[in-house]
Write a protein that binds this ligand. Structure first.
Ligand code: FAD
Length: 200
C-alpha cells in the first residue's frame, strides 16, 4: 500500500490550498525533504456553482474556471499527487491512517486532513463528532468538531467541514493554516511558507 506523509481528502479551495502550501515548502526547509502528499477529490465542489466577484485580487471569474486553475497549479508540484475518487472509509492514528476509495484502492498516511465541505460527512470508520455547522446561513449543514482545525493528533479538518463560513477566502485560508500547523509540528517551531521576488 502506498504511504504518504499527508493525505488530504477534498479538492475544493480548502483541500487544494492545504496541498499547495505543504508542497510549496519543499526546498525551503530541510524537514520536508522527501515528503510526499496525496490529495483525493470527488467531482463536485461548491466552487463549481459560484461566480466570484469578491475574492481580493482575482478578476471576476466562474468558480469552475478558478478551480481548474488551482488544480493545475497543484498538479505542478511533483511532491503533491492529485487523484480523483471518492473516499468511503478512513481509520487509524497519527503515523498510520488508512483510507479506502470507492473503487477499492487503499492508501496510508502519517497525517490526514479532511476538507470535504459542509453538505454531509459519510466517510465510515473515523472517530469524529459530526455536529451542526456553526456558521451556515442554511440549516442542515454540518461540520466536524475540532479545536482550531485539529480533531486529534495527526487528524485535521479544513474549510467548511471545519466550521468556516462559506466564503472562498475563509475556506482557502483554513487550508493554508492547517498546512502551516502540520509544518510547524514537524519543525518543532512556528513555520509559514513565504516567497520573495528574485531581485537578481
Ligand atoms: C452558488 C454558490 C455561490 C458562491 N459564491 C461565492 C462568492 O461569491 N464568494 C465567495 O467567497 N464564496 C462563494 N461561495 C462559497 C465557496 O464556493 C465555498 O465557501 C468553498 O467552495 C468551500 O470550500 P471547501 O473546500 O471547504 O468545500 P468544497 O468547495 O465544497 O470542496 C469539498 C471537496 O471535497 C470533496 N469531497 C467530499 N467528500 C469527499 C469524499 N468522500 N471523497 C473525496 N472527496 C470528497 C468534494 O468533491 C470537493 O472537492 C459560493 C458557493 C456557492 C454554492
Amino acid at each position: 500500500m502506498e504511504k504518504y506523509d499527508v493525505i488530504i481528502v477534498g479538492g475544493g479551495p480548502a483541500g487544494l490550498t492545504c496541498g499547495i502550501t505543504l508542497a510549496s515548502a519543499n526546498g525551503k526547509f530541510p524537514f520536508v525533504e522527501g515528503k510526499k502528499y496525496l490529495l483525493i477529490y470527488d467531482e463536485y465542489s461548491d466552487l463549481d456553482k459560484a461566480y466570484l466577484k469578491n475574492v481580493p485580487g482575482i478578476e471576476p471569474t466562474k468558480g469552475k474556471e478558478l478551480l481548474e486553475k488551482i488544480r493545475k497549479q497543484a498538479s505542478s508540484y511533483e511532491n503533491l499527487h492529485l487523484k480523483q475518487g471518492k473516499v468511503v472509509k478512513a481509520s487509524g492514528e497519527k503515523g498510520n491512517f488508512r483510507i479506502e476509495l470507492e473503487n477499492g484502492e487503499k492508501f496510508e498516511g502519517n497525517y490526514l486532513v479532511i476538507a470535504t465541505g459542509f453538505h454531509k460527512f459519510d466517510i465510515e470508520g473515523l472517530d469524529v463528532e459530526v455536529i451542526p455547522h456553526r456558521k451556515s446561513p442554511r440549516p442542515g449543514k454540518i461540520m466536524i468538531k475540532n479545536e482550531d482545525g485539529k480533531v486529534k493528533d495527526g487528524l485535521y479538518v479544513a474549510g467548511l467541514v471545519a466550521g468556516e463560513p462559506s466564503m472562498y477566502a475563509c475556506a482557502s485560508g483554513s487550508g493554508a493554516e492547517v498546512a502551516c500547523d502540520i509544518l510547524s509540528e514537524w519543525a518543532g517551531k512556528i513555520v509559514v511558507v513565504h516567497d520573495v521576488p528574485d531581485e537578481s
